[in-house]
Ligand binder design. Structure first.
Ligand code: BGC
Length: 551
């Protein structure tokens, strides 16, 4: 911003910035999906997950899950109850910051294995007793418990239990990890502690979210997409196997569909169409990974507070009212919860914002400055939610599921009634027809023409888990499009879903009618339950394989 510009002028500038996004947002919707399906090494990686069917809620059994996200490490024991519900014990710790930059990958996994050990001691000592009384490794194996590992980073997968890290994101950087096999590195740390645990499945958190959502929403429309809007952002969706042309013949498992981890956080790293400001640029330059995850840097919780911090620095410096010793100058002192707070402060004189600015950053803000901060928080949050909407819209259009018959009643109630553990997020409608920034282009029509093959999607029954064992899910009407979402931003940023729905309505190929058919629900414990479901699938596949072996 220009020096000396007054705050009101500044606010005009931010408002026009928001409208500018409204126009450009259509362009970003043209996902580079195809490239990722055809080639390894595409900007948007489109990673095959080797999960070829969706759970229908009938899976049972006790599984361990470890969830390494951007901020926390969770160890869970998930008891799948087979009626779309589960019970779960879990322990969560913040990932120590030095481990995010550990010298070796093994060091990180040694920590995780120790947490796993503590968890078993506390919640499932029966496994450890069996293990120590039996002594030898072979005897321990008798009581092995399967573990699903949710690893919330981009990794190339070669099988359900094999994958190598492609790149770190979200502030992690352990260089020797790149290219290393994730499951076996974890397994060897588990084995050092002689724990009776087998790392049976590796899933990205979005794949876990999709699986968990599918498990907890039985008998209804199949889940299309699992999306995360938390510390990072990403989506995994159900893709036709035939379109995954980068998988060679021998690499394709049996099945017609596979869940693909899109890694949409790295969409448009080339910055051809993404919105950009000096604040985004400052954030990127100072980040651990400059030049990558450019979409994520505009959407996810890890970065939004930092964009706001840079914008406030710009605002106050040009006012000549910035205290150089203020914490405002420390990177990442504002997190996304501040954004949610600022965006929803409706007090007279914006007392909540002013108090937080004082507490957090030692800034004695005038009402005018607090107003500017609120507008900035709204603009940054709205931009994030609208970009999130674009990503969801792109997947929905491409799936072709919108061409299914229009629903006659509200499916939502039916789904809510059948889910015991997970509550749905209420749908909110948003009439965007009065939005002056609305503009239609033929871009979406083009994407639709190129990608949508409705008959294919409608004619294919979904497969159940079980390594080639096909069970048809026959009782799911295909008229609603189910999307499972998880993440702090989605949960806490005011009206995040409403803004997403506004985008869906604005997009020509979805529109108000189409948007009504999109069911967006929170995928509770996606990373834990999803990993357990993947471990269950791996267990079934192992059993099948063992039965095939000559006795
Ligand atoms: C990672 C994804 C992950 C997403 C959400 C991104 O930074 O690259 O693999 O799914 O964060 O956690």
């Amino acid at each position: 911003m220009e020096a000396g510009m007054s705050v009101p002028r500044r606010l005009d500038l931010w408002n026009s910035w928001v409208s500018d996004y409204d126009n450009r947002i259509r362009i970003i919707a043209d996902f580079c999906v195809e490239d990722g399906l055809k080639h390894d090494g595409a900007t948007m990686a489109q990673i095959p997950s080797y999960v070829t069917s969706l759970p229908d809620g009938t899976d049972t059994g006790l599984y361990l899950a470890v969830d390494l996200g951007g901020t926390n490490l969770r160890v869970c024991a998930v008891d799948l109850l087979g009626d779309s519900t589960y019970s779960m014990k879990q322990s969560k710790v913040a990932i120590p910051s030095q481990l995010m930059l550990a010298a070796t990958f093994s060091e990180l996994f040694a920590f995780i294995a120790t947490r796993l050990h503590l968890f078993l001691q506390k919640h499932h000592p029966e496994y450890l007793e069996a293990s120590s009384s039996n002594g030898a490794t072979t005897a321990v194996k008798k009581d092995n418990i399967l573990l699903g590992f949710t690893f919330s980073f981009a990794f190339e997968q070669q099988a359900l239990d094999r994958g190598t890290l492609l790149r770190w994101t979200k502030g992690f950087n352990i260089p020797d990890a790149i290219g290393m096999d994730i499951c076996s590195t974890f397994q060897s740390e588990i084995d050092k502690l002689q724990l009776p645990v087998i790392v049976a499945a590796l899933v990205n958190d979005t794949v876990g979210t999709l699986l968990a959502r599918s498990y907890t929403s039985p008998g209804k429309s199949p889940t299309l997409l699992g999306a995360i809007f938390g510390t990072g952002t990403n989506g995994a969706y159900v893709e036709r196997m035939s379109r995954l042309t980068k998988l060679k013949r021998g690499e394709k498992p049996t099945g017609d569909e596979m869940i693909v981890n899109s890694e949409w956080g790295s969409f448009d790293n080339e910055m051809k169409v993404l919105p950009d400001t000096v604040y985004d640029q400052a954030l990127d330059t100072e980040s651990v990974h400059p030049g990558i995850q450019m979409f994520e840097k505009r959407i996810s919780g890890m970065y939004l507070g930092e964009v706001l911090r840079h914008a406030i620095v710009g605002l106050l410096s040009s006012q000549g009212s910035v205290n150089t010793s203020s914490k405002l100058h420390e990177a990442y002192t504002i997190d996304s919860s501040f954004l949610s707070m600022a965006a929803s402060d409706d007090t007279a004189g914006l007392t909540v914002i002013r108090k937080q600015l004082d507490l957090l950053l030692e800034i004695d803000a005038s009402v005018e400055i607090a107003e500017a901060v609120k507008i900035l928080a709204l603009a940054i949050g709205r931009r994030a939610a609208r970009l999130a909407g674009v990503a969801i819209a792109g997947v929905i259009i491409k799936s072709g599921r919108l061409s299914a018959p229009i629903p006659t009643g509200s499916k939502k109630n039916a789904v809510a009634a059948s889910v015991k553990t997970v509550g749905d997020v209420e749908q909110a409608t948003f009439d965007s027809s009065s939005d002056p920034a609305r503009k239609r282009t033929g871009l979406w029509s083009m994407i639709y023409r190129v990608f949508a093959t409705t008959a294919w999607w409608l004619s294919l029954p979904l497969r159940m888990f079980g390594g080639g064992q096909i069970k048809l899910v026959t009782d799911r009407p295909t008229d609603m499009i189910d999307v499972g979402v998880d993440g702090s931003l989605f949960e806490f940023y005011p009206k995040f879903e409403e803004i997403i729905r506004g985008v869906l309505q604005e997009v020509e190929e979805i529109g108000i009618e189409g948007e009504r058919r999109v069911q967006i629900g929170k995928a509770q414990d996606g990373s834990g339950v999803g990993a357990a479901l993947a471990a269950r699938a791996a267990g079934k596949a192992r059993e099948l394989e063992a039965n095939k072996l000559p006795k």
